[in-house]
Design a protein around this ligand. Structure first.
Ligand code: HEM
Length: 366
């Protein structure tokens, strides 16, 4: 704990003289009697600056979580911090979503009063936004090349180099993957969890197949075909979890990100989330899914804002505007593997029993 070192003045502590001098509308600078300052440009600047300030806080928290995961071993007592900070990020995101509503009190015609002064500046150039994306696990190389060229091409060399360097350090997704790969529990001398799980799945899928076959008589040919095809696909999906080659193909196609081992251990956590030792890792997964969901919601909401402001005009950064943003919302998910774990869940009542030696390790045993 730090002790007071002398009187502190509020304005000095927060550096308000310089901070509150940072809102300088370009339309004020270029104002003349025929073109007065555009009233809403101040709102436009304040909202963007507020975003950047909160991005700074998100990065502060994200960096601390990544630092914990970067150690060779994650201490159990650090999970509280991890969850608290990831949760904080989700709260900030929820608030940032509401900022778009404030900005929408500016009408498209008010925006047009100063929009051309901004060209070619654009949200494309928010390096903090990109830093958050990259650190979470959205490497820009995974973007469609045309999109990547768009935003990388609009940055200064210094900013491009900074982002390129960030792409060479492991993201949160990669760090968590490595942690999951190190996780014990699923294989001990007397217990191979996955053999037990496969038996359960075979039993459930057989039940599904029996139900479909029993109802065949009432179905049209097209429905029969569709249902059997769906069943085959579900079976394939399960098989891909255990088939290293298939899993690799899915990762190569960009449909899964986690390694097979990490994916299986993540599934174990999701299935046995009620066990005390796994409750916190599962809370961490929930926070990560919330972050992903909030990010995606923001992207859609921002795409709609752009459409409301611009219709089908191109953006100040030169993209197709609404269309580009909507596609970016569809395509850029970080923790989709955690969402997709639900495909592989089974009812609690059918979970394979854990042998007592494993259960011992998963409980507080107080
Ligand atoms: C009048 C309000 C706004 C409009 C019309 C608008 C429009 C756009 C458009 C059209 C793009 C695509 C790039 C381009 O061609 O310029 C874009 C990108 C972006 N904007 Fe906005 N925007 C607005 C407000 C905001 C706010 C408040 C933020 C908060 C930081 C923001 C952050 C971003 C980011 C991060 C991107 C890059 C997204 C990506 O590449 O996935 N925008 N914006």
């Amino acid at each position: 704990m730090h002790k007071n070192q002398g009187p502190v003045y509020y304005n000095d502590y927060l550096k308000l003289d310089s901070f509150l001098d940072c809102q300088q509308p370009l339309s004020r600078k270029h104002a003349d009697p025929e073109n007065p300052e555009a009233h809403d440009e101040t709102l436009f600047i304040v909202v963007h600056q507020a975003y950047e300030l909160w991005f700074k806080q998100i990065l502060h928290d994200l960096n601390s979580v990544m630092a914990i995961f970067s150690k060779p071993q994650v201490a159990d007592n650090e999970f509280g911090f991890i969850i608290q900070r990831l949760d904080r990020i989700t709260k900030i995101q929820e608030m940032l979503l509401s900022y778009l509503g404030i900005l929408e009190t500016m009408t498209p015609m008010d925006f047009l009063e100063f929009r051309s002064l901004l060209v070619p500046a654009s949200g494309f150039q928010s390096t903090q936004f990109r830093e958050i994306e990259i650190k979470l696990g959205l490497n820009t190389n995974n973007r469609e090349s045309i999109d990547r060229e768009f935003f990388m091409g609009r940055l200064t060399e210094k900013d491009r180099d900074k982002l390129a360097a960030l792409e060479n350090i492991p993201s949160l997704l990669k760090l968590v993957e490595a942690w999951l790969e190190r996780m014990p529990f699923t294989a001990t001398n007397n217990f191979n969890f996955w053999e037990e799980y496969k038996k359960t799945i075979t039993h459930i899928l057989k039940g599904d197949a029996d139900t479909i076959h029993a109802n065949m008589a009432n179905l049209s040919e097209a429905d029969k075909k569709m249902q059997l095809e769906n069943l085959r696909m579900t079976q394939e999906n399960f098989d891909s979890l255990f088939n290293t080659e298939e899993h690799h193909k899915i990762v190569e196609a960009g449909k899964r990100k986690l390694s097979q081992k990490a994916m299986l251990n993540a599934l174990f956590i999701a299935l046995y989330r009620d066990e005390p030792m796994l409750a916190m890792p599962y809370q961490m997964f929930s926070a990560m899914m919330d972050i992903d969901e909030n990010f995606t919601t923001w992207r859609y909401r921002h795409a709609l804002l752009a459409q409301r402001m611009l219709g089908s005009k191109i953006g100040t950064g030169g993209s197709s505007g609404h269309q580009y943003l909507k596609k970016a919302a569809d395509n850029n998910r970080v923790f989709m593997d955690l969402f997709n774990l639900s495909t592989f869940l089974v009812p609690r009542s059918q979970l394979p029993a854990i042998p007592s030696e494993v259960r011992q390790k998963l409980n507080f045993n107080a």
